[in-house]
Design a protein around this ligand. Structure first.
Ligand SMILES: Nc1ncnc2c1ncn2[C@@H]1O[C@H](COP(=O)(O)OP(=O)(O)OP(=O)(O)O)[C@@H](O)[C@H]1O
Length: 809
């Protein structure tokens, strides 16, 4: 009933995600008449119901009464977004988009973070949702960085269920990912659901539980916050045999740990057929969960409309509202930070106090600092919180321990802030006051000799480091609250640590930094507001595969402007970053950009916007500086985008004025290397496109795309136009003798071809002979790879003796 396609992760660019993902819709409650993507996924069962797959089970009056009580309880629990903010009044719709899950080879347990942050290098398999409809496994993973609104979205969902908006579920159980910290083996599935989840107290849990077991398809189980956990592998591995048998035999025995129960639920031993919704931050744990997940969603953050809407509801006084919005808009970085709803909330707290845009925070550090200063005046408490927060960062947890003697209750309104960003300030406070120079240095980013390059850094740690650097260079006067030293000791500590940081950053070797680290560095430099020269910044700034948020784009721009002031210019790569078109425009419009690459569809979109607004000079620059060489098309959408670009180049379809395109699109003319692999869809469109590259193409690679004989014949018919071709790779394509014979005939028309690969096709001795027969007509060829199981070894050996350019396995 619902056809879903998805945009590739990371290349979740504006256009790509909108064009390919009908699921990218506004997240309103269904009662508003529009279904959200999350709702769309959850509604699939309704469609299945209609086709009669679900048998109806009648509920007893007592169970019905319980469901009503549970809904009422859930309603009350979900009303408050956080202390003082009601969900019915302050909630703002957020976009949620679907991302694609890539699986690496057969061993999907090896899923790494890179696989949904896209690298395009690993073997992948498309995993469209519609292929899963009807299967018993239904598991949705909701991703979003800290503060992006996952918990809030889940609350909204629970609220909607309590108002009967999700009629396909009789039961919704909300469990906390942090429940895994409970290690005693004293739970059963029943106690997990009725004691540990947020449901109403149940008078007769046995009867209700029996109903839950009888029809798990009508159960939605939500696990919020899988950020804190380690050892996911054991959670997802098969249970020990004894435990397995016991769990299946009697799910009421109270001898299991929470981990065992969660594990059995994920592995569908318990409540098979129920719908699972998990939420997690993208870095770390989420990648390991991918193996059990069939749908991956991501909260997209606030747009400028959502920010306005948030302000509108936050400030009820119209005058205050208008001035808050004006102040926010005039404070560029703060405005960009509001893309994150949690930070938007912090910004509003500050805006409430400050009517003057001069005093508004200019950096993330200043924002967090101002919030802390507003909320905590007691230095002792601050110190205790700092120590706790730092402990949390070290132990990979952002939760404030519950059993602490520390009285945090009066500050419960601050807990959510602590768990979000302000905790980073507390960490720093701890740093400023206690930690030795050595530990301080160890906490700085980019420690040489560690594995930081390979592993994506935890968001928690990265933000801590960012703010550690930021606060050190913060205005000294403003740090009064954060220290208890004498003035002299404080000043000396500060100066010495500023020196350590500056030396550390200046000593970094940029060639050792990956794309994510270069971005981190841009943030450090911005937060610290140190006049870090850009001399170390590489001329070619590649962010490929690193998701770029609006605040990221802002700091990159800041770094590029510093470079401009020093007369430096840069080449930029924003492919697979999800950069917004407005961000792309802001960056490529700078004077010191030599060239750039980004999602083709986004760039075309940008061109059209510039054309419409009559910004001819900018358009000219955006057309001439754009390049796509070399192009590796790894997804169907890449081909569609390329087709669009080639059509503009050949003037077949374009809304751009002719004056801009008199010589076609330079990016197409300069494309010499084209690779396309592991996608058999759209292959013929792709081959048609080849015709238009005339004499420019030097390398053409079409691997593992199942083009078969038909594709080979098509290719053979256009090879004559690729007269510059030097390398042709057609390996692993199921081409048989018929196809290879046609190819062999056409290969003679490629005077410059020196490398031809046809290995692992279905060529037998007959096809091999025909290839060998054309070799004398191909003097430029130096290598031919054609081995496969169908060619008898003795035949291959004989052909190799005849012509040494035929390589052996
Ligand atoms: N859609 C929204 N409308 C209004 N405010 C929101 C929305 N989403 C989030 N917020 C605000 O941002 C704060 C943080 O959101 P939330 O706790 O849901 O983030 P999260 O993604 O679950 O973060 P974490 O990963 O740290 O748990 C909320 O307390 C709320 O004030």
């Amino acid at each position: 009933p619902i056809l879903l396609s998805s945009s590739p992760p990371g290349s979740l660019s504006d256009t790509a995600s909108k064009a390919t993902s009908p699921s990218c819709v506004s997240l309103r409650s269904p009662s508003h008449g529009e279904k959200t993507s999350l709702y769309i996924f959850l509604y699939i069962y309704i469609y299945i119901n209609k086709s009669g797959l679900v048998t109806f089970i009648f509920l007893s009056e007592r169970v019905k009464d319980y469901i009503q009580a549970a809904k009422f309880h859930m309603y009350q629990q979900s009303l408050e977004m956080e202390e003082g903010l009601s969900i019915t009044f302050h909630y703002v719709d957020q976009h949620v988009s679907q991302r694609e899950i890539y699986r690496s080879g057969k061993n999907t347990s090896k899923c790494s973070d890179k696989e949904f942050a896209i690298t395009g290098r690993t073997q992948r398999q498309k995993n469209l949702l519609h292929s899963n409809v009807g299967k018993s496994v239904r598991c949705i993973l909701l991703l979003g960085n800290a503060g992006m609104g996952k918990t809030t979205l889940i609350k909204k969902l629970c609220l909607d269920w309590s108002r009967n908006s999700l009629p396909q579920f009789d039961f919704v159980f909300l469990l906390d990912g942090k429940g895994l910290t409970l290690t005693e083996p004293i739970y059963s599935l029943q106690t997990l659901l009725f004691d540990l989840s947020s449901v109403a107290p149940c008078v007769d849990p046995n009867e209700v539980f029996a109903q839950v077991l009888a029809d798990p398809k009508r159960v939605l189980l939500i696990f919020d916050g899988f950020n804190e956990l380690r050892d996911y592998e054991s959670l997802l591995q098969t249970q020990e045999k004894d435990c397995f048998t016991l769990l299946q035999k009697d799910s009421k025995t109270q001898t299991f740990t929470v981990r065992q129960l969660y594990s059995a639920i994920f592995q569908r031993l318990l409540l098979p057929g129920c719908t699972l919704l998990l939420s997690s931050r993208p870095r770390g744990a989420a990648s390991q969960l991918l193996r059990r997940v069939d749908t991956l969603l991501e909260v997209c953050g606030f747009t400028s409309d959502s920010i306005e809407s948030y302000i509108f509801h936050y400030f009820t006084d119209p005058a205050l509202r208008a001035s808050a919005l004006d102040c926010l808009k005039s404070s560029s970085y703060l405005y960009h930070l509001c893309w994150n709803p949690g930070l938007c909330r912090l910004a509003c707290m500050v805006l409430e106090q400050s009517r003057n845009s001069e005093n508004l925070p200019r950096t993330l550090t200043e924002l967090c600092h101002q919030v802390v200063s507003l909320k905590i005046e007691n230095k002792d408490l601050l110190l205790q919180l700092s120590a706790l927060a730092w402990e949390g960062v070290k132990s990979n947890s952002s939760t404030i321990p519950r059993d602490r003697s520390l009285r945090v209750n009066p500050f419960s309104c601050l807990l959510s802030l602590l768990i979000l960003y302000s905790s980073k300030v507390f960490n720093l406070v701890y740093f400023l006051r206690i930690v030795s120079d050595r530990s301080f240095l160890q906490a700085l980013p980019f420690q040489m000799g560690t594995k930081w390059r390979r592993r994506p850094k935890r968001e928690e740690l990265e933000l801590t480091q960012r703010i550690v650097v930021g606060l050190l260079f913060h205005k000294k006067k403003k740090l009064q609250l954060l220290h208890s030293h004498t003035e002299t000791v404080f000043r000396n500590t500060l100066i010495s640590r500023q020196g350590l940081v500056a030396k550390h950053l200046a000593g970094l070797s940029y060639s050792d930094l990956g794309s994510a680290q270069v971005l981190e560095l841009c943030h450090y430099v911005y937060e610290a507001s140190v006049s870090q020269e850009s001399k170390n910044l590489p001329e070619s700034l590649r962010f490929n595969g690193v998701p770029l948020s609006p605040p990221d784009v802002f700091t990159i721009k800041n770094a590029l402007l510093t470079g401009a002031a020093e007369g430096r210019s840069f080449c930029l790569d924003f492919e697979n970053t999800g950069i917004q078109i407005s961000g792309l425009r802001a960056l490529v419009s700078l004077n010191n950009i030599n060239s750039f690459r980004a999602c083709i569809a986004d760039v075309i979109n940008l061109w059209e916007q510039l054309e419409q607004s009559g910004e001819e000079e900018l358009l000219q620059g955006a057309v001439s500086k754009f390049h796509i060489q070399p192009l590796k098309a790894t997804q169907v959408c890449h081909i569609e985008h390329l087709e669009k670009l080639v059509n503009i180049h050949t003037n077949k379809s374009s809304r751009l004025s002719d004056s801009i395109l008199t010589d076609g699109v330079p990016a197409v003319k300069d494309l010499h290397k084209l690779e396309f692999d592991k996608q058999k869809h759209k292959i013929f469109i792709f081959l048609d496109l080849l015709d238009m590259f005339d004499y420019n193409l030097l390398l053409f690679s079409l691997e593992e795309s199942k083009i078969e004989d038909q594709g080979a014949e098509k290719l053979a018919s256009i090879l004559h136009s690729l007269t510059s071709l030097e390398v042709l790779n057609l390996s692993q394509n199921c081409i048989g003798d018929k196809g290879v014979k046609k190819l062999a005939h056409a290969l003679k028309d490629l005077p410059k071809l020196h490398c031809l690969s046809l290995y692992s096709n279905d060529i037998s001795d007959e096809g091999a002979e025909s290839l060998a027969a054309v070799l004398p007509h191909m003097p430029s060829l130096t290598h031919l790879e054609m081995w496969n199981q169908c060619i008898p070894y003795r035949v291959l050996e004989r052909l190799q003796r005849q012509d040494s350019r035929i390589l052996s396995l």
